[in-house]
Ligand binder design. Structure first.
Ligand SMILES: O=c1ccn([C@@H]2O[C@H](COP(=O)(O)OP(=O)(O)O)[C@@H](O)[C@H]2O)c(=O)[nH]1
Length: 474
């Protein structure tokens, strides 16, 4: 059996744009280009993967690797009663999965189209439809109905993307991350109950555990699965894999497959996770630092995080332009923040401030000092693009490049403050997080990416595989 990843350029695609982020405008899909007539057996395209800059070990041509049949216990049908009722597997079958990522800064829908060529094979990913809305569900903590409306809107895209005859066997699943983890339990539950009701009124297949808050270890493992699948590293005889660094709004994750047993043996027990695939058990080093996502870290740097009820207080920082003043809303609370009028601003002072949010809180696995390749995405990628460190195609940078750029941004606040007043703080935070948090060397090379082979680098694809196959993550 063959298990390969694909680059398939769909006829239409929604991209996250500034307009759709701020206005929650849904794309007009009524006039999409007609589908090109396809043969019954879809022509699957196997190109060499997109060239991702410089580091040789970071990229491989798609290997024609033969895989053993995956365990039949966790096939698609075993998980999916609606599918079992369908006609037998005689021809390749197309099926869909809808995964919602309820993050702290936005809610995103990923609609994956898979091709199941054989009942015992893993599905091939044909394409992804992606759309995002802002703000995240946690901003609706006092008005769950309105939060539910954002899901209702995104489901409209799913209805236009998934053919009608597939609706009732297409699962819809929502997993929430840091934004909801940081809310009081009853507020988070009210939001999740609302989402479940919205799902129930949709024509899709609503699995029993369709709505949940995902724990940080799963978030890290599933993003690792996504990136290693998309980069062609996830094979039964996997020797070489890539690590991942994910920087969300509320939390940040590091995950890699250690080369040395010692890394797992010496890690705190909660910093490891294992999962099953291809009859292999992968033991990963993974940890999610809650409150160390970039937006939470801004507020922590300002001393504002958790300071609810201090509505009158203005939180200041030398990481912000001196004349800047604004209200920041995060996880349902609003804080007044500003630069230090007539005071000092700049990289050095800023570095001391952000250090307080990191120092002593991080476990440093020795292996990150080695030559492993790490993919960094989400806000790592966003900030690198905003500051011109890489183009929006992504690319390779060294840790020291973040530091150099942070100095430039902080010392030219007027120029970069116009892009985002938080850019100096964010870049300084990323520099400190990489060096003093995780313990990377300045010369470590990171691959920055938003998409790999046209698919979003997020935990959502890994979570969809987990839904269909049950990786048994522990
Ligand atoms: O499929 C995805 C999922 C996330 N993101 C980006 O990843 C960042 C992190 O998301 P969020 O702040 O919601 O993370 P969380 O709070 O869940 O840690 C945001 O810039 C998103 O736009 C993305 O580009 N594609």
């Amino acid at each position: 059996t063959y298990y390969r990843h694909h680059r398939y350029v769909p006829h239409y695609r929604y991209r996250e744009s500034a307009a759709s982020n701020t206005d929650n405008l849904l794309p007009d899909v009524s006039n999409r280009a007609p589908e090109v007539a396809r043969p019954a057996v879809p022509e699957v395209f196997h190109p060499a993967p997109a060239v991702v800059h410089q580091i040789p070990e970071a990229f491989h041509p798609v290997p024609e690797v033969v895989h053993p049949a995956p365990e039949t216990l966790h096939t698609f049908q075993a998980q999916h009663p609606a599918a079992a009722a369908h006609e037998p597997f005689t021809t390749p079958r197309v099926f869909y999965g809808v995964m919602f990522d309820a993050g702290s800064t936005g809610t995103r829908i990923h609609i994956y189209k898979f091709i199941q060529k054989d009942p015992v094979e893993l599905p091939v990913l044909d394409n992804e439809m992606f759309h995002a809305v802002k703000p995240g569900l946690s901003e609706y903590k006092d008005n769950p109905e309105e939060g539910g409306n954002t899901i209702r809107q995104l489901l409209k895209i799913a209805k236009k993307t998934v053919p009608e005859e597939e609706w009732k066997r297409t699962p819809v699943v929502l997993k929430a991350t840091a934004g909801l983890r940081l809310l009081p339990v009853e507020k988070a539950n009210a939001l999740l109950d609302e989402v479940r009701e919205v799902f129930e009124e949709s024509p899709f297949y609503v699995p029993e555990k369709c709505v949940s808050i995902m724990n940080g270890a799963k978030e890290g493992v599933l993003a690792w699965v996504t990136v290693n699948f998309l980069t062609g590293h996830l094979y039964s005889n996997t020797k070489r894999t890539v690590g991942i660094l994910d920087l969300g709004g509320g939390s940040t994750q590091i995950t890699f497959l250690p080369k040395s047993k010692k890394t797992i043996e010496t890690a705190p027990p909660s910093y490891t996770a294992s999962f099953n695939l291809f009859n292999n058990t992968y033991e990963l080093y993974t940890h999610s630092y809650l409150g160390n996502g970039i937006v939470a870290a801004r507020l922590a740097t300002l001393g504002a995080l958790g300071a609810d009820g201090l509505d009158w207080k203005i939180f200041t920082s030398s990481c912000l332009p001196k004349k800047f003043r604004e209200e920041v809303t995060f996880a349902g609370s609003t804080y007044k923040v500003s630069g230090i009028p007539g005071g000092y601003a700049g990289y050095k002072l800023c570095y001391y401030e952000v250090q307080r949010v990191i120092k002593g809180l991080f476990h440093q696995p020795y292996e990150v000092k080695g030559s492993s390749v790490f993919y960094a995405f989400s806000h790592y990628y966003d900030r690198a693009v905003e500051t011109g460190l890489v183009s929006n195609r992504g690319g390779a940078v060294e840790v020291r490049d973040f530091k150099k750029k942070a100095k430039e941004v902080c010392n030219k606040m007027t120029k970069y403050g116009a892009i985002s007043p938080f850019l100096c703080m964010d870049m300084t935070y990323i520099t400190c997080l990489l060096k003093e948090g995780f313990g990377f060397k300045e010369s470590t090379v990171l691959q920055l990416a938003k998409k790999v082979n046209n698919v979003e680098t997020s935990w959502a694809l890994g979570a969809t595989f987990d839904f269909f196959r049950n990786f048994n993550i522990q």
